[in-house]
Design a protein around this ligand. Sequence first.
Ligand SMILES: Cc1cc2nc3c(=O)[nH]c(=O)nc-3n(C[C@H](O)[C@H](O)[C@H](O)COP(=O)(O)OP(=O)(O)OC[C@H]3O[C@@H](n4cnc5c(N)ncnc54)[C@H](O)[C@@H]3O)c2cc1C
Length: 391
Amino acid sequence: MIDKVVIVGAGLTGSVLARLFAEKGKLGVTVLDRRNHVGGNVYDYQNEAGICIQKYGPHAFHTNSTKVYDFITEYGRWIPYELRVRVALSGKMTPSPFNLRTIDDFYSQKDARRLKKSLEEAYPGKGTITVTEMMASENTLIKAHAQMLFDKDYRLYTAKQWGIPVSQIDRRILERVPIRLDYQDRYFDDEYQCQPAQGYTQFIENLLNHPGISVEINREALKDINFDEGNNRVSFKGISLKEKILLVYTGAIDELFDYRFGELPYRSLKFQYQTHHRDSFQEVPIVAYPQDPHFTRITEFKKLYPAGVAGVTTIAYEYPLSHVVGGGRDPYYPVLTKDSMQRYQEYREASKRYRNLVLCGRLADFQYYDMDQAIEKALSVFEGLSANHSN
Ligand SMILES: Cc1cc2nc3c(=O)[nH]c(=O)nc-3n(C[C@H](O)[C@H](O)[C@H](O)COP(=O)(O)OP(=O)(O)OC[C@H]3O[C@@H](n4cnc5c(N)ncnc54)[C@H](O)[C@@H]3O)c2cc1C
């Protein structure tokens, strides 16, 4: 039986699990985070101009899971919201994901008609297609179009974002943003698309607001975790050994094990903010700039929420950077290559030895999770643990 749950990380994963353990598991939960705020990477705050800034980059919620949607709406009000994104390509603004309007933007009417007809014949009834599939097409028009998009966008954006040549990147990354075969210009296709009415930080606070949960921020947890090799358990300094704790770790798995199999590679980001005294800076919340050698995109924060502030707007240029352990930059995106995934498996195997250690979250699982995937994973981890403990 478990007496207490210690959760390292007050991000989305840690906060969802904390709520589940406290409310459904009826257990005392302590949540610790080394940052000076809760929310992890979904943290937002209001700046001096009154604009809600998402400190770690722009977030828009989307899911096809009714279970996840039911869960989030239990802990706050959400407003329907559809994200729209543009790409600045050779001086033109075209939708992202690329769609049939992109063809109109880049070809003469006659050539556009021929290309669209070829696509219709090659992929009847299909809504989207990946750039890699299109590049493998035997139709010369389709192939040339895919190659143009690959050269002007995918290749440059991917190399800049990930800091390695496109050939070394996991194929799934190139396929994350497919090409649309219609004029739909919503960024996501999911059934549920929304934003928290009072911001992500408030949503996280709603999750953590339970009498069974205590939260400590500015609290580094690593120094208090001990690996008890004899008993195959982990203990936490300050908690009596008599108490049976479950330790849920949502931080980086390589850091937890003191990098014993080597570092896992991450990309980091830097944001450069500007506040402008005008209503609007750009047409949509996010514009990507694949051809700029330095930054990847510009986010206009007020457009990520339905309610804005008149006469002023804050934007951020986003610069991808390498991540070095101890270099003072946060790890953002796991760099998924054959080597890094193998190394991650070594850590995962090592973690299995400890019976009261649970790893969950984007850093612990070394996965890129969208918010709904992070929640789904937390829900299923909780269900798995509950089933084991009731047997
Ligand atoms: C730029 C960017 C844009 C994104 N946009 C979207 C989007 O539009 N839509 C979408 O669905 N998803 C988006 N995501 C994904 C989303 O941010 C994640 O799914 C979510 O934040 C994962 O939450 P987590 O709790 O697993 O991880 P995190 O948010 O990283 O939380 C982990 C927490 O653990 C803490 N921690 C780690 N180690 C320790 C330690 N030793 N001691 C104490 N505390 C520790 C960290 O400080 C951190 O707060 C985006 C991600 C990024 C980076």
